[in-house]
Design a protein around this ligand. Structure first.
Ligand SMILES: Cc1cc2nc3c(=O)[nH]c(=O)nc-3n(C[C@H](O)[C@H](O)[C@H](O)COP(=O)(O)O)c2cc1C
Length: 363
């Protein structure tokens, strides 16, 4: 059997193949209650039915004050558990392992959802940010842990902590935008302290059979610093690393002859560094089945995360694992720059001609 079709153990769960659905927010599908309506369950069910081994449900806020948009999904209140249960059950019905990404925007919090707060007071994308107090940090830590407990009650197999893409947990680990002088700033141990406290709190509350994944940067701003951050997460008990980009700009000398994206290359370097201690996933620009197979069959990554290819066609995982036909992502990046709905994804527009039940973005 090809490696891409070989099951892999992530934490205590067995994932049937090496193709995962990367988190993709759909602002505008819900209202400011943050409750998942039925459309979410159908969207994720389609990807599970389409063969994805693991599904990571989109960035879901742990606090209404950290949202990226007023219509972001939430797990800050028990009233939100039921909608997530429908998603988890829908994915399990088709044999996928399903985790949910828990998230706080930090400096990137939408102005309608709260002040721009994070580790320090810095100039950030035309806003002046406020430094969180120690009490506020403790409150956020506890809210991440409570959100994970709700995720477990909803039936998810685990959570992914979003520590990439310049959001709150990424801001804390970054030596460039975390300027604190207390025990949450300075050394790598101090900058990863909040994340590690959250990992240990979730482990205590949710047990060993609950997956804790970290979406972690491949460079922050160097490769070596990103590896030191990942080492701290592994030491604290993380089960899985899903590697993407950090605060940027990074300080990495990329090979000139790369045949795949720089972010995927960062994931490959992380995979080599981790050396099998936990599985490592790569992402970015993996739009064709042969590209996904390349990373896994050549031992460059344990799993491959796909966002846009699986938005374009929910059956893309099957195209990777058994060569079935699929509708290809055009790499137009419309969805990249504007996850606010509605927008027009040409692949989804093509698919909806033959699939009137298509509930995807772009329709
Ligand atoms: C519409 C859209 C929404 C996204 N939402 C999230 C998100 O909720 N959390 C996250 O970590 N990344 C998010 N991303 C980034 C993707 O997970 C992924 O890293 C990126 O799209 C590159 O992978 P791809 O080339 O397979 O699309 C989003 C990307 C898109 C296109």
């Amino acid at each position: 059997m090809d490696l891409i079709n070989t099951p892999i153990k992530i934490g205590s769960k067995t994932v049937r193949n090496r193709v995962t659905f990367a988190p993709t927010v759909k602002f505008g599908w819900t209202d400011d209650s943050g409750i998942a309506i039925e459309r979410f369950a159908r969207h994720y069910e389609d990807r599970a039915r389409g063969g994805a081994g693991l599904i990571c449900v989109e960035a879901t806020c742990i606090d209404p004050y950290g949202r990226l948009a007023p219509s972001q999904l939430g797990l800050w209140d028990d009233s939100q558990i039921e909608g997530h249960r429908a998603i988890a059950e829908a994915c399990h019905r088709h044999g996928a392992v399903v985790i949910v990404q828990i998230h706080h925007g930090g400096y990137n919090t939408h102005p309608e959802c709260g002040p721009s707060k994070g580790p320090s007071s810095v100039n950030w994308r035309d806003r002046t940010t406020e430094a969180l107090t120690r009490e506020e940090i403790t409150d956020i830590r506890d809210k991440f842990i409570k959100a994970a407990v709700r995720a477990k009650k909803a039936g998810y197999d685990g959570v992914q902590l979003h520590a990439c893409h310049a959001y709150l947990l990424n801001q804390f680990v970054s030596p460039t935008v975390n300027l604190r002088t207390d025990e949450y700033g300075g050394s790598t141990t101090n900058r990863t302290r909040l994340f590690c406290e959250i990992i240990r709190g979730i482990r205590d509350a949710c047990g060993n059979d609950f997956i804790i994944s970290a979406r972690t940067p491949g460079a922050e701003p160097t490769l070596e610093e990103a590896w030191a951050i990942a080492d701290a997460y592994i030491e604290a008990g993380v089960d899985y690393l899903q590697v993407s980009s950090g605060i940027g700009p990074d300080e990495v000398a990329y090979p000139e002859d790369l045949t795949y994206s720089r972010i995927a290359w960062l994931g490959v370097q992380m995979h080599a560094h981790v050396g099998g201690r936990v599985p490592v996933s790569v992402v970015n620009g993996i739009l064709k089945p042969e590209q996904a197979r390349f990373f896994v069959e050549n031992g460059l990554a344990d799993t491959v995360d796909s966002a846009r290819a699986l938005l374009a066609d929910p059956n893309w995982a099957r195209a990777v694992t058994d060569g079935s036909g699929y509708v290809e992502c055009r790499n137009c990046k419309i969805c990249f720059w504007s996850p606010f709905m509605p927008h027009k994804c040409p692949a989804v527009a093509e698919r909806s001609k033959t699939d009137p039940d298509c509930v995807d973005i772009g329709t």
